[in-house]
Structures are given as C-alpha cells and as structure tokens.
Ligand binder design. Structure first.
Ligand SMILES: *[C@@H]1O[C@H](CO)[C@@H](O)[C@H](O)[C@H]1NC(C)=O
Ligand SMILES: *[C@@H]1O[C@H](CO)[C@@H](O)[C@H](O)[C@H]1NC(C)=O
Length: 309
C-alpha cells in the first residue's frame, strides 16, 4: 500500500538524517580490525588520484570544466585538455569529455547528486526497474533490468557523450577511454561503459572508476558488468548508499569493489557483494548503520561535490 511504502521510506530517510546528526557526537576512535583481505599499496592508491579529481571536478559548472578552470581539482590535473561539456544542473547531470596526455586516455566524467536527492531515489520500496532501451543498447540481454530513473538520466546524455568520445579518440589517435564519477555520476559512468562498448570498435579499451556507486540493476545486470566492463567501484568507510537500493528488491552490485576502511586502508573485495566486514556489505549491515557523510569522501584526501569547485 502506498501509505505503508511512503511511511517506510520516511523512516529510512529519518534514519539517514539521524546518522547525519550523530556525527556531531564524538565517538571513540574505532580499533582497526585485523586485516585479512588483500590491500592496495600506496602506489596503487595514488594511481586512482587523477580519476578521483576528475570525478570531483564533474560537479563544477560546464563553463569551468570546458576551460579547465574549476580550481584545485582542475589544477591538480594540469595537462588535461577539455573538449566538450554539458548538463544543466536540473534534468541533465553535468558531464565533460577531454584528453589526458599523462594518462594517454580520453576521459569522460559525470556529475553526481547530493545525498538528499539520492535518498529519495534509493530508499523507495517501489523502485521500478526496466529493460535497457534497445535502440541505445542494441542486442543487450533482455533479462537485464536497471533502475528506471538511472536509465532515464543516462539516456539524456548518452548520444552526445558517444559523439564527443568518438571525436576525441580520432583527434588524439588513442584507443583508451576512462569513465569516472561519484554517486549518481558513478551510476551514469557504469551505464556509459555498457553503452559505449556497444558502439565503439572492440580495439578501444574502456575502464570505469566509480566512487560511492549505488546498486544499479538486477543480478543479470551485475553478471553482464562482471563479464564486459572493467570496473573498479570504491566504497568509503560506512557510506550507506552502495548498499541501496535494497537487495530484496532484486538489486545487486557487480564485482570490482575496493573498500576504504576506518584506518584509510584500501581493501580489495573480490566478487559481487563480498560479505566480509572489511567490505561495504559487512561494514554497513543495515542502512541505519551507515554514515551518510562518508558518501562524499574523503577518498585519499579528495572530497566530492559542489563545494570543491
Ligand atoms: C535535487 O533535487 C532538486 C529538486 O528535484 C533539484 O532542484 C536539485 O537541482 C537537485 N540537486 C542536485 C544536486 O541534483
Ligand atoms: C572477498 O574478497 C576476498 C579477496 O579480497 C576473497 O578472497 C573472498 O573470497 C571474497 N569473499 C566473497 C564471499 O566473495
């Protein structure tokens, strides 16, 4: 019943809000748990840094990403050559495309949304899933279902981004694309990875690096991503958003998680929905165990969001 649903949604929203308030109360620093899963070296963590900066810069107005004048996050990737940007801070998330000579790859970055907006999208108990659009995703397995709102948001920039990526690959004569984003931006990056691979030559390597990625689709979607997408999705501490929407609604995370623990160690979590307490599912058993601020970071010292522009 609609009233029960909205009531439960309200409770979840309040639970998330309560955890926002809870951070004001100082907590004893947690005792670092014994590390049993493999961890990333400092060099491996540092290798993510340019992409983390690109993901944070995606929150900035397209006029400043197009000129690469967004402030500290742009300055920290000084060689980047912006080619196109768009979005309108309303119905279309900001995005930009460019080329990074140091990384020798085309970069696509997508803006996220603030946690409040995301809570409404993710805690509803009546989240519709749909097949991927056959004209955008020709030949895709029809058992794959994704969050309808996410598919709609992706469709609004898909063809423009494809055209800009094709132009960039040609202009720079490279065979590599890295797509990155935070939150809803990570969702759009993952859908772009699936989409672009269906339209670009198979010689082009496509890698996706997502931060705070929520669940996007069903188990068929997760399996498809595992088989076809080079994905790393980084989860921070007790961020509740990667465990939403709920698994009992049929949503499932693909493999590729790297979890940042309370001691800022980056842990490699193999498989889909790795249940270890050193990975997000085990670290945040229930959504009200989460700390929504952890969604914004910091990821190796870098915070996501508008405030960084
Ligand atoms: C959040 O949602 C409101 C209302 O739908 C919208 O006006 C606002 O732009 C959204 N914020 C972000 C960051 O997406
Ligand atoms: C979790 O990840 C570790 C590697 O980091 C792996 O050894 C283990 O099998 C995974 N567990 C599950 C349940 O997938």
């Amino acid at each position: 019943m609609a009233s029960t649903r909205s009531c439960i949604t309200l409770i979840l929203t309040l639970a998330l809000a309560a955890s926002v308030c809870a951070i004001a109360i100082p907590k004893a620093s947690p005792i670092a748990p014994r590390q049993t899963l493999p961890t990333l070296s400092q060099d491996q963590i540092s290798a993510f840094r340019p992409y983390t900066l690109f993901a944070s810069a995606a929150y900035c107005n397209p006029s400043v990403t197009r000129t690469w004048t967004c402030g500290a996050n742009c300055d920290a990737n000084p060689g980047f050559q912006p080619l196109a940007s768009g979005g309108n801070d309303g119905t279309v998330q900001y995005w930009y495309v460019g080329f990074d000579p140091a990384l020798n790859t085309v970069i696509v970055a997508h803006q996220g949304t603030d946690s409040k907006n995301l809570t409404a999208d993710l805690t509803d108990l009546d989240i519709p899933m749909e097949k991927l659009d056959a004209s955008l995703f020709p030949g895709i397995d029809p058992s794959i279902r994704v969050h309808t709102g996410f598919a709609d948001a992706h469709a609004r920039t898909a063809q423009t981004v494809l055209a800009e990526v094709q132009a960039a690959l040609q202009q720079y004569g490279v065979q590599s694309v890295v797509i990155t984003g935070h939150s809803l931006g990570a969702v759009l990056s993952l859908l772009d990875a699936v989409y672009l691979a269906l339209h670009l030559p198979s010689s082009v390597s496509i890698r996706t690096i997502g931060y705070g990625l929520p669940r996007v689709g069903n188990s068929h979607f997760a399996s498809y991503v595992d088989a076809h997408v080079q994905l790393t999705h980084i989860t921070n501490k007790h961020d509740p958003f990667p465990i939403l929407p709920f698994q009992f609604l049929g949503f499932r995370q693909p493999a590729g998680e790297v979890h940042i623990d309370q001691a800022n160690t980056w842990v490699e979590c193999l498989g889909e929905e790795n249940g270890s307490t050193e990975c997000i599912d085990g670290a945040v058993p229930e959504v009200w165990d989460g700390t929504p601020e952890d969604h914004e970071g910091p990821y190796d010292g870098i915070v996501m969001g508008l405030g960084e522009c």
